[in-house]
Design a binder for this molecule. Structure first.
Ligand SMILES: C[S@@+](CC[C@H](N)C(=O)[O-])C[C@H]1O[C@@H](n2cnc3c(N)ncnc32)[C@H](O)[C@@H]1O
Length: 483
């Protein structure tokens, strides 16, 4: 089998069946139409019978192709024997979705479902998509020893961990997922992944990892109909349990990144709900709500995802789901990132925030520093802060605005041009500090110099500064200079 997959990979690469090759061939119109689940434009631009067009039709669009038009060297009989295609009456039909991925590898999953297709099987193995990319972009780029991908599905996160982790373990409750993930890894030339079947952390009982990633079955619904998106546990309990159990599987200094959904329940602040999951884990934590949907939007999204719109059961499923949300007093559903870090501190810090703006990607390139800033800001005593050398972070701009001709600006904003691209309104003192903080001098004498310029009492300024600066350090506008 591995020999067949090696030859197939060569052929896919030679034919240009890569992310760039497919993107270029489809063009913007067909690609955008596909994102709306409309295949006609893509079928039109791939119908010339050339090798790349034929591979895109077969494996990206899931359309049958003529066997005699298949690219020279495509080992149809062997692929049929391996169960990857069927050949009947001179037509080849793919039994899987085989997609090039941004790492340069390939992913094998179940065929995409589109409106009008037969219903999904309960153990459907979903292909990589927006959420997969989201987690891959969130996960720390730090090289690690042992990594765990919980709920590996088609194996996409392993493609990202490969080369960064010395050992990779991938688990899934669905045996078909592991079967297809193994194909993905072999087609991507990745060896040595330890694949284990089982629920949640059961397959890695008693084991610890330097990095845990999971794009879990986070969808919140009244019934666990599809393994790829629902665990069968009530409400958002699966994500809560993941957060609570992950620390028990982190090695000292280890990090865990999860995507999650959480409920907004009438009368409860969602921050308390998610903060409650993180509290008591013993880890530092950062939870970010990236999006929130109302119950109807959410139900429509997931019914569409399973191509159930327009089916006879659509209204009934929609109504049952909404009715269940009503009975649970659900007002919305949050989507976001959760990061946990086992820093070993006896005073763990948890930050829960809403942040929906576009950020610099990949977050994994700087996520460790984001968490570091949050914990540093919390743990420094006032005296330590006044004695520390602060530097304004690279790429921070100051924006001043006010009525034309006014001597002083009415509003000063510090804006990050990179990383999380946060912006925050500041007062004159913080703005003055941002202008002079380059890591050369401790904070206290700088504050004294600013007090002299502004006429403020230096003792007052020293007393007020830590409370004002701590959030700016936590949010990455200033950092403690180590130079
Ligand atoms: C949303 S898919 C994620 C797939 C892939 N990791 C990605 O990033 O695209 C969730 C995966 O979790 C698996 N899963 C569902 N219930 C699980 C459980 N109780 N324990 C472990 N994995 C589970 C599903 O089979 C599915 O493959």
């Amino acid at each position: 089998m591995n020999d067949l997959l090696d030859r197939l990979r060569e052929l896919l690469l030679d034919t240009g069946y890569t992310i760039d090759g497919v993107r270029e061939r489809l063009g913007d119109v067909a690609a955008t139409a596909l994102s709306r689940e409309e295949t006609v434009p893509a079928l039109r631009v791939t119908g010339q019978g050339d090798p790349l067009g034929t591979l895109i039709r077969l494996w990206w669009l899931g359309a049958p192709v003529e066997a005699r038009g298949a690219p020279a060297g495509l080992p149809l009989e062997e692929l049929a024997a391996a169960g990857l295609v069927t050949v009947e009456g001179g037509r080849v039909t793919s039994t899987v979705h085989l997609q090039p991925w941004e790492t340069g590898g390939y992913l094998v999953s179940d065929r995409k479902v589109r409106p009008g297709d037969p219903a999904l099987r309960p153990d459907h193995v979903v292909g990589a998509g927006g959420a997969s990319a989201n987690l891959a972009q969130l996960a720390s780029h730090r090289p690690v020893g042992r990594a765990l991908d919980l709920g590996t599905g088609c194996g996409v996160q392993v493609l990202h961990l490969n080369g960064r982790a010395e050992e990779i373990t991938a688990t899934d409750v669905n045996p078909r997922a592991l079967e297809l993930a193994r194909l993905s890894w072999a087609l991507s030339g990745i060896t040595g992944v330890e694949a284990r079947q089982g629920s949640m952390f059961d397959p890695v009982e008693g084991e610890r990892f330097d990095l845990v990633v999971s794009n879990p079955p986070f969808v919140i619904s009244p019934a666990g109909r599809f393994t790829y998106r629902e665990s069968g546990l009530p409400a958002d309990d699966f994500c809560r349990d993941l957060v609570r159990r992950a620390p028990g599987h982190l090695a000292p200094g280890g990090t865990c990144h999860l995507l999650a959904n959480w409920l907004h329940v009438d009368g409860e602040d969602w921050r308390d709900r998610v903060g409650g999951w993180l509290a008591g884990t013993g880890c530092d934590g950062w939870a970010v709500q990236r999006d929130v949907q109302d119950p109807a939007e959410y139900v429509e999204l997931w019914l569409r995802d399973a191509a159930e719109q327009g089916t006879p059961r659509y209204r009934e499923l929609y109504d049952d789901w909404l009715g269940w949300f009503d009975s649970e007093n659900v007002t919305g559903i949050g989507f976001g990132w959760i990061t946990l870090h086992d820093s070993g501190s006896l005073d763990p810090v948890v930050r829960v925030e809403e942040y929906g703006l576009p950020v610099e990607l990949p977050v994994g390139g700087y996520v460790d520093e984001v968490l570091g800033a949050i914990t540093t800001a919390h743990r420094l005593t006032d005296a330590q802060l006044l004695g520390a050398r602060l530097a304004v972070a690279e790429g921070v701009l100051e924006e001043r605005s006010g009525p034309p001709g006014a001597e002083d600006p009415a509003r000063i904003v510090l804006r990050q041009t990179g990383r999380l691209r946060r912006s925050t309104r500041v007062e004159t003192v913080e703005a003055a500090l941002a202008g002079v903080c380059d890591g050369d001098y401790p904070l206290a004498p700088l504050l004294d110099a600013i007090a002299e310029l502004t006429g403020e009492d230096p003792d007052d300024l020293r007393a007020k500064a830590p409370a004002v600066l701590r959030p700016l350090i936590a949010e990455g506008f200033f950092h403690i200079s180590t130079g």
